[in-house]
Design a protein around this ligand. Structure first.
Ligand code: IVH
Length: 683
């Protein structure tokens, strides 16, 4: 071996791992399964131990890192106590060795362990002060994470206060950080993916990614439309520390007694055999849990002994996770088809000999992109292994090279769009290849489908099949063409009778006056969903004004001008209208008689009762909606803001008020209820 080779290999592996860390932690869109990722890390660790001379080159190795999920648009919060990672294994032997190692370290013959589910969600730390929920923060880099309190408040199963008065202990600690996972049920995942499919938006690969993507949404109303759940199992900082149970099992009971959602089941085990038996039992029952369980976490039960065992730079010595290997199946790859998305992204899909896998028959699987096919050296006719990543969407993970026929040539990714033949391009900083042809029939079809869909302008009779026909006939080359359709043409569509044609044309005519937000959403601007479209409609009040928007209309200094519209969306909107074709569409729609209905104008101030006063609303008011309260405040010359600061005049709080209430109390901002508010209004 050339002496440079291991070094080059190490560097390449590090770069690959860093790439997948970015996809998993920040983008919540991993391209490889956990098992593949763990294998990459294992190869790196092996190489680094064989060639320690290269191990320290180029900074910290990713094997000693826990990733970083922090994203732009969130405030950073420093955990009182670090959030650590876990050592993991797929091997029964290593799990058994873990027992012996700890027994030796602690100088004991027998140790008690808790075996509990390893939840495949998004790590989170929630803080309660004097029993009141104040904050939720992602793991981030373990030291600092993103403050996602507002989004966590949409989680119905997360209590705002700890239940007291139980026999464990009645006083809630002054401050406690409780660790757990945010997740989404499979049912909710499927519900949302169905909506995405209808709106021609890319599907999420599995519940974990969707949960992670949702938690990092900047618009908390979008978050509220997706049902997130939480489960809590761990302990961070606690003041005073003396208030806590002395065992991990006692801690689970405490969490339950406080009324917090916790693991359904855990096992106590006193020997390697008992640990292994518990792990296998967990494997049998995990299918019934609300969350996806990808392994077992084995923890020393005694908390004083946990402290004695301590931690390495990355993970505690007193815990270990055993991961269940996902089911895999071997089958033949017959063909690779290339799908083209609304924005022209090319996605390769494997066409397979049907094979049974984890309860269903699989005949197609994602291949992600060109780089992934090259990295795995997947060739047509190969026998490949498929696994279900996150147990939902199957992926091709590896080739069985032993069964490869000698004639099999490396796969050449098409250089032209399979639909329109335009040479594909790769945009800077993107892995994906795109068809740059805006008029590519697939892109047109998907754009028009999206525009006409229920989630957008909602034109009855203009479903996917009808759109496809219109595009095929060449009658719909753009969204604007919908408004140019002619009765004569439509009547030639054999099966359509006069009445349905009239109905369709009437629905199209009526849609000209649909609400503005529907048109904004229908334009298909990246990252802009329905809730954001509503905010944009409120602020800009016409498509023209939105198309003219400048960066400072969204971001002033470092602050967002419109709550929920951050830097990513701002840039996407500006870029969208930088494209002359997108800009022209706005004018065309206008000239075709489209007159979107702007949202009702917020009433102008009719008094100066609250002039100079800022209100923050939190919780549910007994008789008024938030909108009604906002209207009243604004009509009286006051302002409503989303966050509490020293400058806030009043916090108007209702039932289940959350962190804003706690913050008001800590800053000494006056808190009023609806009755008091009505008295103030009455003067
Ligand atoms: S204990 C200090 N228990 O897995 C111990 N972690 O791979 C750290 N996880 O960062 C965590 N279920 O996000 C623990 N029952 C469980 C868990 C669990 C899931 C996550 C957690 C951790 C990651 C490490």
């Amino acid at each position: 071996m050339n002496s440079d080779e291991p070094r080059a290999q190490i560097e390449k592996l590090r770069a690959t791992i860093a790439h997948h860390d970015e996809l998993y932690y920040r983008k919540a869109q991993p391209e490889i399964t956990d098992v593949e990722y763990d294998r990459l890390k294992q190869s790196l660790a092996t190489l680094e131990s064989e060639f320690p001379e290269f191990a320290s080159a180029g900074g910290e190795s990713p094997t000693a890192r826990v990733g970083d999920d922090r994203t732009e648009g969130f405030a950073t919060y420093r955990h009182r106590e670090r959030m650590m990672s876990l050592d993991n294994t797929y091997s029964e032997t290593e799990l058994r060795e873990f027992y012996g190692r700890l027994a030796k370290l602690l100088g004991r013959e027998e140790l008690a362990f808790v075996v509990e589910p390893k939840i495949d969600g998004l790590a989170v730390s929630v803080t309660y002060e004097h029993g009141v929920f104040v904050r939720a923060v992602t793991r981030g880099n373990g030291v600092e994470g993103d403050d996602i309190t507002v989004n966590a408040l949409t989680i119905k199963s997360l209590p705002r206060t700890l239940r007291r008065g139980d026999d464990l202990f009645s006083e809630a600690p002054a401050l406690i950080e409780i660790r757990g996972e945010i997740f989404m049920t499979t049912a909710e995942f499927q519900r949302i993916n169905k909506l995405r499919e209808e709106a021609a938006e890319p599907l999420y690969a599995n519940p974990r990614n969707l949960a992670a993507g949702t938690v990092k949404q900047l618009d908390s109303r979008e978050v509220a439309q997706r049902k997130l759940e939480i489960v809590l199992y761990g302990l961070g900082a606690c003041e005073p520390a003396s208030a806590l149970p002395a065992t991990q099992s006692g801690w689970h009971e405490q969490v339950r007694a406080w009324g917090l959602p916790t693991v359904e089941k855990y096992w106590l085990a006193k020997s390697p055999d008992e640990i292994w038996a518990a792990v296998q039992e967990l494997d049998k029952v995990r299918g019934q849990f609300a969350y996806a369980t990808d392994g077992a976490v084995v923890k020393l039960d005694s908390i004083p002994l946990q402290r004695e065992a301590g931690a390495t730079s990355k993970a505690p010595r007193w815990a270990m996770s055993y991961k269940f290997a996902p089911e895999r199946a071997e089958t033949r790859l017959n063909a690779i088809t290339i799908q083209v998305g609304r924005t022209g992204v090319l996605t390769p899909v494997a066409e397979l000999d049907p094979v049974r896998l984890a309860g269903s028959t699989v005949s197609r699987a994602t291949l992600h992109n060109r780089d992934e096919i090259a990295r795995k050296d997947i060739r047509l006719g190969d026998f490949v292994y498929v696994e279900k990543a996150g147990e939902i969407i199957p992926a091709v993970v590896e080739v069985n090279v032993k069964r490869r026929s000698p004639e099999c040539a490396p796969y050449v990714f098409p250089e032209k769009c399979p639909v329109c033949g335009t040479p594909v391009v790769q945009l800077e900083g993107e892995v994906a290849l795109r068809c740059p042809n805006y008029d590519c029939p697939v892109q047109v079809r998907r754009r028009v489908r999206h525009f006409a869909s229920k989630a957008c302008v909602d034109i009855e009779g203009l479903g996917e099949a009808m759109v496809d026909t219109l595009v095929e006939k060449g009658w719909a080359r753009s969204v604007a063409d919908i408004y140019r359709l002619r009765k004569d043409d439509l009547m030639t569509l054999g099966k359509s009778v006069e009445k349905s044609t009239d109905n369709l044309l009437a629905a199209i005519e009526a849609s000209k006056h649909a609400e503005l937000w529907r048109f904004i959403h229908g334009l298909g601007i990246m990252h802009v969903g329905a809730a954001a479209s509503k905010d944009l409609a409120q602020k800009f009040r016409s498509l023209d004004a939105l198309a003219e928007a400048k960066h400072e209309d969204f971001i002033a200094g470092k602050k967002t001008v419109i709550e929920g519209i951050g830097e990513t969306m701002a840039q996407a909107i500006i870029e969208h209208f930088n494209d002359p074709r997108n800009r022209a569409l706005v004018g065309e729609l206008q000239s075709l008689g489209v007159r979107p209905a702007p949202p009702p104008e917020r009433a102008a101030a009719t008094s100066a009762l609250f002039a100079g006063k800022t209100f923050v609303l939190t919780g549910t008011l007994p008789t008024m909606t938030r909108e009604q309260a906002t209207e009243k405040i604004e009509a009286a010359g006051g302002k409503v803001s989303g966050s509490v600061s020293k400058k806030t005049s009043y916090v108007l709080a209702g039932a289940e008020a959350g962190s804003k209430l706690a913050k008001a109390q800590s800053l000494g901002v006056p808190v009023i209820d609806e009755a008091e508010f009505s008295r103030m209004l009455a003067g």
